[in-house]
Design a binder for this molecule. Sequence first.
Ligand code: SAM
Ligand code: DTB
Ligand code: SF4
Length: 349
Amino acid sequence: MDAVQRSSASFGTRPLDQCNSLARMSDSVIRHDWSCDEVTAIYNLPFMDLVFRAQTIHRTAFDPNKVQFSRLLSIKTGGCPEDCGYCSQSAHHDAGLQASKLMDPARVIEEAKAAAAAGATRYCMGAAWRSPKARDMAPVIEMVKGVKALGMETCMTLGMLTPEQAQQLADAGLDYYNHNIDTSERRYGSVVHTRTFGDRLETLQHVHDAGMKVCCGGILGMGEAPVDRAEMLRTLANLPEHPESVPINMLIPIEGTPLAAAEPIDAIAFVRTVALARILMPMSDVRLSAGRTAMTDEMQALCFLAGANSIFIGDTLLTATNPSEDKDHQLLQRLGMARTEARTFSTVV
Ligand code: SAM
Ligand code: DTB
Ligand code: SF4
């Protein structure tokens, strides 16, 4: 997708040319050659200029009053051999979590039906694995096929994949694979010690080569510097194709994990990072992911203004809490926003 810009597509219910007369298509040129200085300068723009620029770009590709709903399910919880410093599910930390076996596919499909009824258009299934074992592939493939048959988009996050596993999942019809880089390359080794930043990029390549859409983002509030946020997004924007989906998580501090006492990120810095994601990756879904329970309505509204266009709904993420459907409904109503129907990618010229 090194094409330059979208011309006459429509998203949601409104044709682009009606979305906003302020939209300047020249701002939404797709680039893969950002320098560190350029992205840092954007991140540090006066806040009003930054958010205006992000919102202007946002309106060239998306209906600004729509938000896409995804729903998460932990299909295999806890006991993970990786040591990610933020995660409740690592066997290296004691977060008091009960480890479970892989769920039965029939149960997963029942849960997905309830999510569809609540308005979710994408169903994301997560497993606490370093990578799936050969014996895991048949049940996860059954889950993909069953959830797809409900008419939902499917997403999985199962850890590292071989090219063969990625192809098996793609052949089963998996739409998205989530695999986050989580922070900048220079900081990665201080957050995770059991794999490298390069390992993450390798799986992303396998996912892309197998023809699936890439969902890749990170976590803010792990004690990183602004340059780490900018560099994380620069890595994603400079991939040969932008990830179709970019989740921006705010760290949920979990007792028993090494990052339990991390200094919370300033809300304005968080919004700056969302805006930067929107500016660098104009056509990607930018998902306001984990951590919404700790955000005010006003902070979430600023994130939407800065270009976030997707959220997780339902009161649980994988193991942590998320705002209730009622609370989200009230927020979107106050903002005059509505959920999107299934996402349609327009042809890029
Ligand atoms: N094991 C798989 C993996 O690591 O790719 C999938 C599950 S993992 C829980 C998915 C993502 O959730 C992580 O990459 C991280 O971005 C996010 N995450 C995990 N714990 C979090 C926390 N406490 N706060 C915010 N985000 C978190
Ligand atoms: C992502 O970036 N965020 C989601 C999804 N991808 C898999 C996961 C958030 C997990 C939050 C912590 C928990 O629920 O344990
Ligand atoms: Fe395992 Fe994923 Fe948690 Fe890391 S983030 S410990 S890989 S479940």
